[in-house]
Design a protein around this ligand. Structure first.
Ligand code: GAR
Length: 207
């Protein structure tokens, strides 16, 4: 059984999708053993508590620079014996010292079809605001491995979602979550835990 550590910063609906998938037996070969939040008091922590999952708060604002913060996160991941680290709405960019310690063992869910609407500054509702400003007709979500390049790591799964002319950022965000993120994130986690993901030359192959 692989130890899955989930990093969160907010409401935790993607964490909930993982918990639901785990409880219904969809995630094979792994178990969520710890949730780490970069912010105290967020609802994701309540979700962990309700499902008897250990949680820790490592508050970003208590650390000066990113290296100091990343060192604290790395120590926690090692203490928790993480085999897989999942960014589920984790809004902090970590230093490469963490990423190098978990090569192709960290995955992120992004609320757009990478390489569109991604990179520094594209997070949360802002992504959907930009999608609507541009007038694209299809958006979606991407699950990818985390590398030193923000939102630039090898793509594991993607799912497209239609944009409607009456959409607000909030309405579109909800549709992307329901139709894409909450589906492909648990799928990707399960594939990883079953050792079905192989990366060759930055391309992910599903075995
Ligand atoms: C999700 O839409 C997730 O894809 C996004 O933030 C939201 C968090 O919601 N993440 C990013 O934008 C990271 N670049 P949640 O806390 O309810 O899972």
């Amino acid at each position: 059984m692989k130890n899955i550590v989930v990093l969160v910063s907010g409401g935790g609906t993607n964490l909930q999708a993982l918990i639901d998938a785990q409880e219904s037996g969809v995630i094979k070969g792994g178990k969520i053993t710890c949730v780490i939040s970069s912010k105290p008091g967020v609802y994701a922590l309540e979700r962990a508590k309700y499902h008897h999952i250990k949680s820790r708060v490592i508050a970003r604002k208590e650390y000066g620079d990113v290296v100091e913060y990343s060192t604290a996160i790395l120590e926690a991941l090692q203490e928790e014996k993480a085999d897989l680290v999942v960014y589920a709405g984790f809004m902090t960019i970590l230093d490469e010292l963490v990423i190098k310690a978990y090569p192709y063992k960290m995955i992120n869910v992004h609320p757009a079809l990478i390489p569109s609407f991604c990179g520094k500054g594209y997070y949360g509702l802002r992504v959907h605001e930009e999608v609507l400003k541009k007038g694209v007709k299809l958006t979606g979500a991407t699950v990818h491995f985390v590398t030193e390049v923000c939102d630039g790591g090898p793509i594991i799964l993607q799912k497209a979602v239609e944009v409607e002319s009456s959409d607000t950022p909030e309405v579109l965000q909800k549709r992307v979550m329901e139709q894409a993120e909450w589906k492909i994130l648990p799928q990707a986690v399960s594939l990883f835990c079953e050792d079905k993901l192989e990366v060759k030359n930055e391309i992910v192959y599903i075995k």
